[in-house]
Design a protein around this ligand. Structure first.
Ligand code: ZN
Length: 498
């Protein structure tokens, strides 16, 4: 047993809106006690001074993609559909080392920016493998970050999934995108099952989940197969639903109902199900998710960057959906900064209408980025709060940083003023991972060199894929906005009928 005592910090209670001076006693990885200055500690307890620090629960990123980190900044004016078209170029030809490296790079960025756990939907071409899963898991373990890692899978390519798109391609391009076809569903599901069997990862730190990527990129049998796997291994499911208007329209064309209604009919919704984005959900969809106790991972930065729209988090909360907040992948956000994600979540809520009483409060945003995301990860009883019995996942912000001068209101300033620059130290499961603004667990010089080498090698290996993207861009970039001109009325507060 090892005891640590944090003395002299201001401990944030998001729900109460307070940050009183208090000491925190930690035994191994768990918070044992919180009390006024001078709290008793066992002899020999390690002392950490938290004077002039605000201690907040580690932020929890409810939605990211490890493979995106090596692709940050590679594009600008991308819709979701152009991003999916660019995937072979920006994330193709990855070696097992690249898979580990890109996850590690994201983990380092997250911990430096006050995030202690994430839900990572990582991608491995052409199939998930046990080695790939182990690589991603060890990337997080090495950094010392908590994660739920979910192989992202499908049995239809993007070009097969969007109604009419394949037919809209000129013959030579249609031939070329045939190479992007995915393995048969049974093959992919068998690969996941093989990877999950005998998983020896530390389930306290890194857990498994499964991500059927986008409902209409998956046949009904494939989605049912994913649900069976999730049941068999007691893991979560995570899918991008109604992220863009094109997707919402594709759902209507393919199923004659919304994508959420389709998932409901397949019987896969439940408390273990997390839906990412949900920009184009109507009231009935949100009620379905709320009734099933499902979660939504709200990614306001990505939604704006890809022109997907503004998700209505108030309507989600009204429908009793569990709300988490995410950054999405660095290939579409383009950072892993949960402070920015919180700030944008607040702003996106406030820009939707003049009814200010319906705007999300900073308190609701901060709770979503901690407790809400933690519940989506399946860690709701262990992280997301500073409380006895919870894991010691703690962030210390420097109250002498200009972000906190003057110190007026802890929750408003956490959401609206903090940008990650005041992060001084980060503890995860009782271990210091960041101290005095430096990551302790990773050699940053070596990481920099490996990332630079991977970038150069991947740029050369994906040169053909880049040319393919350039040929496809005008076609996809005209066809999909054309499809999105189809009238689609979302019945909910704040949404204007089209
Ligand atoms: Zn995503």
């Amino acid at each position: 047993m090892a005891f640590t005592i944090l003395r002299g910090g201001r401990v944030l209670d998001i729900a109460a809106g307070t940050a009183e001076l208090a000491d925190i006693l930690i035994e191994d990885d768990t918070i044992r006690d919180i009390g006024p200055s001078g709290l008793a500690a066992p002899e020999g307890a390690a002392l950490i001074s938290a004077e002039r620090k605000l201690i907040h629960p580690g932020l929890v990123n409810a939605h990211t993609h490890a493979h995106g980190n090596l692709a940050k900044g590679m594009g600008d004016r991308w819709t979701l559909e152009l991003l999916l078209t660019a995937a072979p170029w920006i994330t193709g030809n990855r070696s097992p080392d690249d898979i580990q490296l890109t996850a590690q790079l994201g983990a380092v960025e997250m911990v430096l920016k006050g995030c202690t756990a994430c839900y990572d939907l990582f991608f491995e071409w052409p199939l998930p493998t046990r080695d790939g899963m182990a690589r991603v898991a060890s990337a997080y373990s090495e950094v010392g970050m908590r994660a739920v890692i979910a192989p992202m899978i499908a049995d239809r390519s993007f070009f097969e999934a969007i109604p009419g798109l394949n037919d809209a391609l000129p013959d030579p391009l249609r031939e070329r995108v045939k190479a992007l076809r995915l393995a048969p569903g049974e093959t992919t599901l068998a690969a996941v099952r093989a990877g999950f069997q005998g998983w020896s990862g530390d389930r306290d730190r890194v857990r498994l989940a499964l991500a059927p990527t986008i409902p209409h990129h998956c046949s009904d049998d494939f989605i049912r197969g994913c649900a069976t796997l999730a049941r068999d291994f007691d893991v979560g499911l995570h899918s991008h639903v109604a992220e863009s208007k094109v997707q919402a329209i594709a759902g209507m064309r393919l199923y004659g109902k919304t994508l959420t209604a389709h998932l409901d009919e397949l019987g896969v919704l439940g408390p273990h199900f997390t839906v990412a984005h949900s920009v184009w959900l109507d009231n009935d969809d949100m009620a379905r998710l709320g009734d099933h106790g499902a979660s939504i991972a709200h990614n306001p930065g990505s939604n704006m960057r890809l022109g997907a729209g503004l998700a209505d988090a108030r309507a989600m909360l009204d429908a009793r959906v569990n709300l988490g907040i995410g950054t999405d992948g660095a290939n579409c956000s383009d950072n892993q900064n949960m402070y920015e994600a919180m700030r944008l979540a607040s702003f996106v809520s406030k820009v939707q209408g003049p009814e200010w009483r319906r705007w999300m409060t900073t308190r609701e945003v901060a709770l979503a980025a901690t407790q809400g995301s933690a519940r989506a990860l399946g860690f709701g009883d262990r992280i997301g709060r500073i409380a006895r019995g919870y894991q010691a996942d703690l962030v210390m912000l420097d109250l002498d940083h200009p972000n906190w001068l003057p110190f007026n209101d802890p929750v408003n300033q956490l959401v609206h003023c903090e940008d990650g620059n005041a992060v001084h130290s980060v503890m995860i499961a009782g271990h210091m991972v960041v101290e005095n603004r430096r990551v302790l667990t990773v050699d940053m010089d070596r990481l920099r060199d490996r990332v630079a080498a991977a970038r150069d090698r991947l740029a050369a290996a994906n040169a053909d894929n880049r040319r393919l993207y350039q040929a496809l861009e005008p076609v996809v970039g005209s066809y999909c906005p054309g499809l999105a001109r189809t009238p689609y009325h979302v019945h909910r507060y704040g949404a204007r009928p089209e």
